[in-house]
Design a protein around this ligand. Structure first.
Ligand SMILES: C[S@@+](CC[C@H](N)C(=O)[O-])C[C@H]1O[C@@H](n2cnc3c(N)ncnc32)[C@H](O)[C@@H]1O
Length: 258
């Protein structure tokens, strides 16, 4: 039987747990996250507080201060937080005019071209480029595409390359038939396209990013929108330095405007 004393003991334990929880001041987490990834929550502090509180509670982390201490020594939790807080929304043939412009440039080129997609999120953008190049008559052996992202979940999905209807909504039925296998619910990208893109888990601000080498064309769309002005400019300089030469501008998204 559950005694009065047991009940009291549980109540005392519960109230101790409540007392030791402190999810009041998110500012240091916000600062840390911006410093590590560039992503700012300056205008969404209450959203960030709610999200990180949920993140902590699921892992029995009692305060934001403890979270920061844990992250310092636990790379896995740090990656989980990055995966949880970054936004990976993307779809095939997004802002297609830029992909079309790239296809025309690549078609004109007589040399093998290296293309960088930073960030690639779940893969739709680099795969769109591969499809558009093939559709333009460029041979698969004359280009190489690298996709990078800071979000490991997104990259796992990119490598699986199985998409929902809403991700392929901009593609014609002909392109879907040519490059995907419909499984009755989802669209699995064919290996012939998957094999044309290499993905790497990389932070744009980490030296491992610039160590990727130089590229003929650089795409960086819809990432800078999450950065403040100063970080956007820093990112722009890094992305521009990834080009083999200055002949072509980096392809930024229309919403990324400086
Ligand atoms: C909205 S997606 C854009 C995907 C695609 N380029 C597009 O335009 O559809 C933004 C991506 O930026 C990534 N990201 C944010 N900060 C990053 C950083 N510092 N380094 C690399 N990727 C980052 C996020 O993980 C997310 O997948």
């Amino acid at each position: 039987m559950f005694s009065f004393f047991n009940k009291k003991a549980v109540e005392v334990q519960e109230s101790k747990a409540e007392v030791s929880q402190d999810y009041s001041d998110i500012s240091k987490v916000a600062e840390y996250f911006k410093h590590e990834t560039g992503v700012t929550f300056d205008k969404q502090i209450s959203i960030l507080t709610n999200k990180v509180t949920t993140f902590c509670k699921h892992r029995e982390i009692n305060s934001f201060t403890s979270l920061l201490q844990i992250i310092e020594r636990d790379k896995q939790i740090k990656q989980e937080l990055i995966d949880y807080l970054t936004t990976n929304e993307t779809f095939f043939y997004r802002e297609f005019s830029q992909i079309d412009a790239l296809s025309k440039l690549v078609k004109k080129s007589s040399q093998h071209v290296d293309i960088l997609c930073a960030p690639s999120a779940t893969g739709e953008e680099p795969y769109s480029i591969a499809i558009a190049l093939l559709e333009a008559g460029v041979s698969a052996s004359s280009f190489n595409i690298v996709g990078i992202d800071i979000n490991s979940d997104a990259l796992t999905k990119a490598k699986e390359a199985i998409y929902r209807e809403r991700n392929v909504r901009n593609l014609t039925p002909e392109i879907i038939n040519r490059y995907f296998t419909f499984t009755g619910e989802k669209y699995a990208l064919n290996n012939s396209i998957k094999s044309l893109v290499t993905f790497k888990l990389t932070n744009l601000f980490d030296p491992s990013f610039t160590a990727l080498g130089k590229f003929d064309f650089v795409f960086s769309r819809n990432m800078l929108i999450y950065f403040d002005k100063e970080t956007k400019l820093r990112a722009k300089t890094i992305l521009e330095s990834m080009r083999k030469d200055t002949e072509h501008d980096v392809f930024f998204g229309h919403a990324d405007l400086f």
